[in-house]
Design a binder for this molecule. Structure first.
Ligand SMILES: [Zn+2]
Ligand SMILES: [Zn+2]
Length: 278
């Protein structure tokens, strides 16, 4: 279990590993392009070399890209689905060039098509993204907080997507705050055990490749995506102790997505919990 955080890549992707090293992280996540969209050109060759060199120098062997937020594989508009597929495939290719471990994305909202059709569209979209893909960066579906018709808020739904796609390159990125807001309890050891048992049944623990590690500003089942610093939200420190010590998470890296001003503090909390339980 490595601890990391989402870091800025502004000024060039090679700044991400430098920022991660400055924060004393063990792994990291970044946007390889503006998260709200806009077209981008290829990453310059010297940026790729600088990124790889910085990872090597700082000993980072695991890093992750978060896909742009504009993705919607379940849109009723063919144009939006097509551009989402193109962007996600592009991010996988960019990730491969950079030596990134995996890229996670939010499947989208089924508000225009209904949930059942939405799952089918997501499955079809992911199949297209992975068609002929020979890269090394893996693709991860992120568990969502499930506001409105946002897809991926139940383990069963995510399990259905994985089953439907049936491709080894596809896995899951858990997000503690999103799962909690979707109704999965994580507040103590008993709750984490029960939640991860449900995950195993519906998805399979071997598909759990990464977790975002955020406390939640909203209470369980409120279906809102509001990250809070560890121990300051409704999951609480006891919950994070249960997660850090849980068998289900023992081979899973944790990425903080809490506001950047307190990443050092949140990282210290995680390291302390791990140390205490060694
Ligand atoms: Zn996310
Ligand atoms: Zn997340």
């Amino acid at each position: 279990m490595k601890f990391g955080a989402h870091v800025s890549a502004s000024g060039g992707v090679s700044n991400a590993p430098l920022n991660a090293a400055a924060l004393d992280l063990e792994c990291f996540q970044f946007f390889s392009r503006p998260p709200q969209g806009s077209r981008v050109g290829p990453i310059p060759k010297d940026e790729i070399a600088k990124f790889r060199k910085a990872c090597e120098t700082s000993g980072f062997d695991k890093c992750y890209i978060h896909a742009p937020y504009i993705i919607n594989l379940a849109s009723k508009e063919e144009r939006i689905r097509a551009s989402s597929i193109e962007i996600l495939r592009g991010e996988l290719e960019r990730g491969t060039l950079l030596g990134v471990t995996a890229m996670m994305f939010h499947p989208g909202s089924a508000s225009g098509v209904g949930e059942e059709a939405g799952v089918k569209l997501v499955i079809g979209g992911i199949k297209k993204i992975l068609k002929g893909y020979a890269g090394t960066a893996r693709l991860l579906i992120e568990i969502s907080a499930g506001a409105g018709m946002v897809m991926g808020d139940t383990f069963e739904e995510v399990g259905a997507m994985l089953d439907g796609v049936d491709n080894e390159m596809l896995g899951v990125c858990f997000d503690t705050a999103h799962a909690f807001a979707s109704g999965y309890d994580l507040r103590d050891t008993e709750a984490v055990t029960k939640t991860m048992k449900a995950f195993d049944k519906a998805i399979g623990l071997k598909k759990l490749e990464l977790s975002h590690c955020n406390d939640s500003k909203v209470d369980i089942g409120e279906h809102k995506d509001r990250h809070e610093h560890l121990g300051k939200g409704f999951i609480g420190k006891k919950g994070f102790e249960a997660i850090v010590t849980s068998k289900a998470f023992s081979n899973v890296n944790l990425i903080l997505e809490t506001p950047p001003d307190h990443v050092a503090e949140d990282l210290a909390i995680l390291k302390k919990l791990r140390g205490k339980n060694k």
